[in-house]
Design a binder for this molecule. Structure first.
Ligand SMILES: [Zn+2]
Length: 443
């Protein structure tokens, strides 16, 4: 088993001890406004109910109005940032992220460097298993059910009547597994939050279709091109084994968003698949689709394929939920095997989704001062799979995506006569090469 000594980033103020116990635990009523039975019964939290697309609802306009220059109502934005600012005022963050030095590194891609010396506490290293992407949830380790209510900003649910709704003081319906949006007490940018799907189900950090769809909905609902969500699998620098996405605002394009791509295929529902070109980390890009579900079906199938094959990966959701980057990686594995260059190791940079996307969070002043596109590139190149391995992994992903189309397709079969395609190669045959919305059915 590969083990790495790592100092994890503290994402909650209740994550002080390795066993995740509360810092000020007292007995009667607990007194700390927690999420457990002692305190949650009468608790109220804002509830934002987003407009869910119905499966058979015909043409949906959500994707069409997403990312307009001036969204009709930036309500999710203002709710999120308003609540986030409120937690700043209440002193819940471990440092003031707006005081962290940041610069755009000169060069073609515009990598962003941030000096963040406060993010990583000096504390006892935690034994951290890095060689398994799927690990069971462990109740006794820190997880998000152990945070205080004050760290939770709002509940984020699908609306029941198909319209956006907001309830400033909604009860918490534990039995219906609410999704929570909470602060990350170690933010790397303004508005850094965590989306925790169905928090009380205590799901381990593993991707599923419904949770990815929820994350896409959040990106679409925010309707702000600077708001992205990210996901790190275990083995790819997730530090908490409780299902969560991260999200924040960065008011400029991520370098990965500017990288050229080469189209590989058009899939179900018009989802376009490409691969990144001329970027230090090899990866896939999935875009478009008639509905968010089309995109989430395909990307989640790809993620599930990776986790079932024990391949660590990161996901970036951009363009208001219309574009998803999928990046298999091998840094932690190389690190555990002693194959990472010592100079890179010394930086102690953990290349998770944000770093891979081009937002380099640096821990040492020296690295910040010496930050250059070449240095960023050199670090990220270590994260990437080799060309050969990437093509192998790609073949696995395409097989998974296209075989999954049999059941993903059920809903399409009503609308379109089945188009069949046959052949061996996933790249050329299983996937539709044309920009059509036809469903591909495998024989
Ligand atoms: Zn309590």
């Amino acid at each position: 088993m590969l083990r790495i000594k790592r100092v994890p980033t503290v994402v909650s103020n209740y994550q002080k001890e390795e066993n995740g116990e509360h810092p000020n635990r007292s007995t009667a009523g607990c007194g700390r406004n927690c999420l457990k039975n002692c305190c949650i019964q009468d608790a109220k939290l804002p509830l934002y109910a987003f407009k869910r697309l119905t499966k058979n609802g015909g043409k949906e306009e959500l994707l069409l109005h997403a990312c307009k220059e001036e969204p009709p109502v930036a309500f999710l934005d203002s709710l999120l940032l308003g609540e986030w600012e409120d937690r700043v005022q209440r002193g819940l963050f471990r440092y003031d992220v707006t005081a962290c030095e940041t610069k755009v590194i000169p060069g073609e891609y515009g990598f962003v460097a941030q000096l963040n010396e406060g993010r990583h506490l000096k504390k006892r290293p935690t034994e951290f298993r890095v060689d398994k992407v799927l690990q069971p949830f462990e109740e006794n380790k820190f997880n998000f059910t152990k945070v205080g209510q004050e760290e939770v900003l709002f509940q984020f649910e699908a609306s029941e009547d198909g319209e956006v709704q907001f309830f400033p003081n909604a009860p918490i319906d534990i039995d219906n597994s609410p999704n929570f949006v909470a602060i990350n007490v170690s933010p790397i940018e303004y508005g850094h939050v965590l989306l925790i799907p169905r928090i009380f189900e205590c799901l381990p950090q593993r991707m599923d279709r419904e949770s990815l769809l929820l994350a896409l909905h959040m990106a679409a609902e925010a309707g702000n091109q600077y708001f992205r969500l990210g996901y790190n699998s275990l083995g790819a620098f997730a530090t908490i084994n409780h299902l969560h996405f991260q999200a924040y605002y960065l008011a400029m394009p991520f370098p990965i968003e500017k990288a050229p791509t080469k189209k590989l295929a058009s899939l179900n529902g018009g989802v376009k698949t490409s691969k990144l070109l001329n970027y230090p980390v090899r990866g896939l890009v999935f875009e478009g689709g008639d509905k968010l579900e089309d995109l989430s079906n395909i990307v989640s199938a790809a993620c599930i394929c990776l986790q079932n094959n024990n391949i660590p990966y990161n996901v970036l959701i951009a363009d208001c939920g219309r574009q998803v980057f999928l990046l298999p990686q091998c840094y932690a594995e190389k690190q555990a095997l002693g194959e990472v260059n010592a100079e890179l190791l010394d930086t102690q940079v953990n290349p998770a989704v944000w770093e891979i996307s081009g937002h380099m969070v640096l821990k040492r002043k020296k690295d910040y001062d010496e930050a250059s596109e070449a240095n960023a590139w050199r670090l990220l190149a270590e994260v990437s799979l080799s060309e050969e391995r990437f093509e192998e992994v790609n073949a696995l992903i395409f097989e998974a995506i296209t075989s999954g189309e049999i059941d993903i397709n059920t809903q399409c079969l009503d609308e379109v006569d089945a188009i069949t395609s046959s052949g061996q190669s996933a790249h050329s045959d299983h996937a539709k090469m044309a920009d059509s919305q036809e469903c591909v059915v495998l024989q």
